[in-house]
Design a protein around this ligand. Structure first.
Ligand code: FER
Length: 244
């Protein structure tokens, strides 16, 4: 494992690269979710599943998360998109990489769907896990994190658990139209989602399956947002994405 920082327009992104062997290999960029980081059990499980399939993995932590620069309360999806584009640009400079893949969990899964559309030619396939692609719609409706707010006259910040999130997060999310980026990605999409997820509705996985031209959905029956009940099934579903 190599640990380092990737520059994203002056923001240092904490990254770990788990290579398979020393020769050429495919590489998957793997991104955590909202309030998450690269050492969560489900992120490690995905990394190990990919490594087992001969795929090197670049885990990258986004603005305001894990060991990367930035304050959580100041993160926005635009900052995350900029960060993910920097990770893609970095990955494309690596000589050992054959095919490039992009994967992320929840808000990282939403990011995977957005960047998939933006960089459609760059990826052999994308793997959104429990993708939280209802966030932009919810932001427009005035419902995020179980909180209600006036979507046209935003509060200064949202407060939840022991955290706060400035309204710029909402302003940015309100501008994003995920369907546009779904339409722009014609490559293979492997969606993995627990059908008992109470954080991101499973109905969004079914909706994405219909909208993508070339998608497969692997439901993890009875599992929650972070696959805590059947992590082994999630592991197998990730492996299956790379079977020839
Ligand atoms: C929300 C529901 C889910 C939300 C964010 C998420 C900001 C993200 C979850 C994750 O990334 O794990 O209402 O609002």
């Amino acid at each position: 494992m190599e640990e380092f920082f990737i520059d994203s327009d002056g923001t240092r992104l904490h990254a770990k690269l788990d290579r398979v062997g020393e020769g050429k290999s495919p590489l998957c960029i793997l991104i955590h979710g909202f309030t998450g980081h690269m050492e969560e059990d489900h992120i490690i499980a995905a990394q190990k599943a990919m490594n087992e399939m001969g795929v090197s993995v670049l885990r990258v932590e986004m603005y305001g998360h894990g060991g990367s620069d930035g304050e959580f309360r100041r993160h926005t999806l635009y900052k995350w998109v900029t960060n993910a584009l920097s990770a893609v640009e970095y990955a494309k400079t690596l000589d050992f990489v054959t095919d490039l893949y992009l994967s992320g969990h929840s808000q990282g899964g939403l990011l995977t769907m957005l960047v998939g559309g933006m960089c459609a030619d760059d990826f052999k396939a994308i793997i959104p896990m429990s993708p939280a692609w209802m966030i932009p719609e919810e932001a427009r409706k005035g419902t995020l994190l179980g909180l209600k707010f006036d979507a046209k006259h935003l509060p200064e910040k949202l407060t939840f658990d022991d955290k706060e999130l400035f309204a710029d997060y909402i302003r940015v999310a309100q501008t994003i139209h995920v369907e546009d980026e779904i339409a722009r990605y014609g490559g293979p999409v492997y969606i993995i989602h627990g059908d008992a997820d109470d954080c991101v509705p499973f109905s969004y996985a079914k909706k994405a399956l219909k909208l993508y031209k070339n998608a497969k959905l692997t439901p993890i029956h009875g599992d929650d947002h972070c696959f805590t009940k059947h992590l082994n099934q999630m592991y197998d579903a990730v492996k299956a994405c790379f079977e020839k």
